[in-house]
Write a protein that binds this ligand. Structure first.
Ligand code: ARG
Length: 588
């Protein structure tokens, strides 16, 4: 794929700097922050001034004189302390439009060297309902897996179920209280056990809060759950059989939830799957002298000189001989190393777990499993209620994902009715559109913030068809689709693009920025850059649409050109939305 206009200009500006005896890298060209003056700018002269020991304006003037003679450049001015304002020649704008239209990736490049990347996200816990934190992880992690794949990396996504902790002990003991005669509770019973599960997902949803509620006020009840957890982990046959049932039931329900969310995982492994590796993990740390004994426990010291805050040692094995969350994560690294030999593992998890991941990463480096930098915690902030505190339900509980999606659907339905959208659709189609609007609303609202930003959950704002929202972008895409359908009905087809009107030029510059946005999102693991791009693109299209008649342009060549531009815009908008996990309906 030939380079973007900005990169083409940068190449010429770089050559001009080089001709002045300065590094070509000073020629970097970006979109201008004063588009009223020129669409592009180069700030290299300011940086070069120090090196050249010359006033920046003098350098800028010398570079400008060279660029003025370049056929690629229509205008070049020196502004302020030494900025170069650049306007590309009209020909190149048309050339670029045709290149983008001919590219099935609408201008987005691939990485030079694909990597093997594991993305650990979602992370729901078996039996415990998913909450908004899991939603954020799921939406962000899914966008990242789509983005990394789109760039050409070889991605494996893993849901990493939380299926090995105290919640299992709670479930086991609570079930025993209700149905003590089940074969699973006979300690002498080595199996085999029944294939049919003894409970349903609704039972699990009831048993867990019941048990954890009791355990909060009753230390004996808590001790019973702890004991059951330890026995489960030690291998008690009946408990293991129950665990398998609990996981299977939960996974079936979770698959439905994630399906509804449009989020897919390549593997559905959990903490319990790597438990058999724990002895090997412990042995590896002991062999390498990376762990030490402390009050009967085995710990890994991970603090380093120069740390800004104290990082506690990682507990590999407790004094009671059990393994914890960190041990499981280390075992998972070992497992992934064997299965995939990843170059990079991303963990898309709440920033509240920063210390945990810092400990785990340092320990993994210390034992020599992965290089520094091959493990990354992709942190995100909280989703808050209108009061600015972590979102809770009216009765103070954590928000359930399924309730939240249902609420968004209801709100989306109302919004569509208010806007008189979808009136002529069948009831089924209207429902499908409402679902698409609800998902777009939730996902876009989440992704448009830089991930560590906390945001307030406000369904009214998220579901609005105006402003920087998912529904606005869906509507923008649907509008282009209906335009193209109308053109087809009229017998008009897209043809060779010619960029003439200023709104066409502005739209093309937006389109030509796609690769930059994709790259930025990829490098910073920050899909908000794609949200910004999609929004600017939709706005630029809307201005173009208002200013430039398409079907009634007056002559066939202009109509065909504008239809070509509309087709390209739709393709790129759908690609960008697709990377965010958002799909536009055909009509609404
Ligand atoms: N299940 C965990 C939780 O709900 C998240 C898991 C994150 N991934 C990991 N490898 N630790 O907090």
């Amino acid at each position: 794929m030939p380079a973007s206009i900005a990169d083409r200009l940068a190449e010429r500006a770089g050559a001009a700097f080089a001709a002045e005896g300065l590094p070509a890298a000073f020629g970097a060209v970006i979109r201008s922050d004063r588009p009223d003056l020129s669409p592009f700018q180069c700030n290299g002269a300011l940086a070069a001034a120090k090196e050249a020991k010359k006033p920046p304006r003098d350098i800028a003037a010398a570079v400008a004189a060279r660029l003025a003679a370049d056929p690629l450049v229509a205008a070049v001015d020196v502004a302020g302390p030494g900025f170069l304002n650049l306007t590309p020649a009209p020909d190149i704008v048309t050339v670029r439009a045709r290149e983008l239209a001919a590219d099935d990736r609408a201008g987005a490049e691939r990485v030079g060297t694909p990597r093997k990347v594991v993305i650990d996200f979602g992370g729901p816990n078996v039996a415990k309902p998913m909450h908004v934190g899991h939603l954020r992880s799921s939406v962000l992690g899914d966008a990242l897996q789509r983005l990394f794949r789109f760039r050409g990396d070889d991605v494996v996504s893993d849901i990493h179920l939380g299926d090995w902790g105290l919640q299992m002990g709670h479930l086991i003991t609570e079930l025993e209280l209700e149905q003590p005669d089940l074969p699973y509770f006979d300690a002498a019973n080595e199996g085999p056990f029944p294939d049919a599960p003894p409970v349903t997902i609704d039972d699990l949803a009831r048993l867990y809060p019941q048990a954890s509620g009791k355990a909060k006020s009753d230390p004996d009840r808590l001790a019973a759950s702890r004991r059951a957890t330890a026995e489960l982990q030690a291998g008690r046959a009946g408990y293991r059989a129950l665990l398998r049932h609990f996981i299977a039931i939960s996974v079936a329900a979770l698959k439905q939830d994630f399906d509804a969310l449009g989020v897919r995982f390549d593997i559905w492994k959990g903490e319990s799957d790597v438990d058999p590796l724990v002895p090997e993990v412990v042995a590896a740390f002991k062999d390498k002298g990376a762990a030490e004994e402390s009050d009967g426990a085995w710990i890994v010291r991970v603090a380093r000189d120069g740390d800004k805050k104290d990082l506690a040692p990682l507990i590999l094995v407790t004094s009671e001989g059990s393994s914890l969350y960190a041990t499981t994560d280390l075992a998972t690294i070992l497992d992934r190393r064997r299965a995939f030999a990843p170059d990079l593992i991303l963990y898309v998890v709440d920033l509240a777990q920063s210390d945990h991941f810092e400990q785990v990463f340092r320990a993994a480096v210390k034992v020599g499993w992965l290089k520094e930098g091959a493990l990354e915690h992709i942190k995100f902030g909280t989703v808050n209620g209108p009061d600015g505190k972590r979102l809770r339900t009216r009765d103070g509980g954590t928000f359930r994902l399924s309730d939240l999606i249902q609420e968004a659907r209801d709100r989306a339905r109302e919004r569509l009715a208010e806007a008189r959208l979808g009136d002529d659709l069948s009831a089924d189609e209207r429902d499908a559109v409402a679902d698409a609007v609800a998902l777009a609303a939730i996902k876009f609202a989440d992704l448009q913030n830089y991930r560590t930003t906390n945001y307030i959950f406000d369904l009214d704002r998220f579901t609005s068809f105006e402003g920087k929202t998912g529904p606005y972008l869906l509507y923008a895409a649907v509008r282009v689709k209906s335009l193209l359908r109308k053109a087809a009905d009229d017998g008009q087809a897209a043809g060779e693009i010619r960029i003439e009107a200023p709104e066409e030029t502005a739209l093309l510059f937006e389109l030509d920025n796609f690769d930059t946005a994709v790259r930025l999102a990829y490098e910073k693991r920050a899909p908000n850059a794609l949200c910004d791009h999609a929004f600017s693109l939709a706005q630029a299209f809307s201005k173009f649409y208002a200013a430039c008649p398409i079907l009634k342009a007056g002559d066939a060549a202009t109509s065909a050109s504008r239809l070509g531009l509309a087709t390209l815009t739709l393709k790129q908008l759908e690609l960008a939305l697709g990377l965010l996990g958002i799909e536009a309906p055909e009509r609404m």
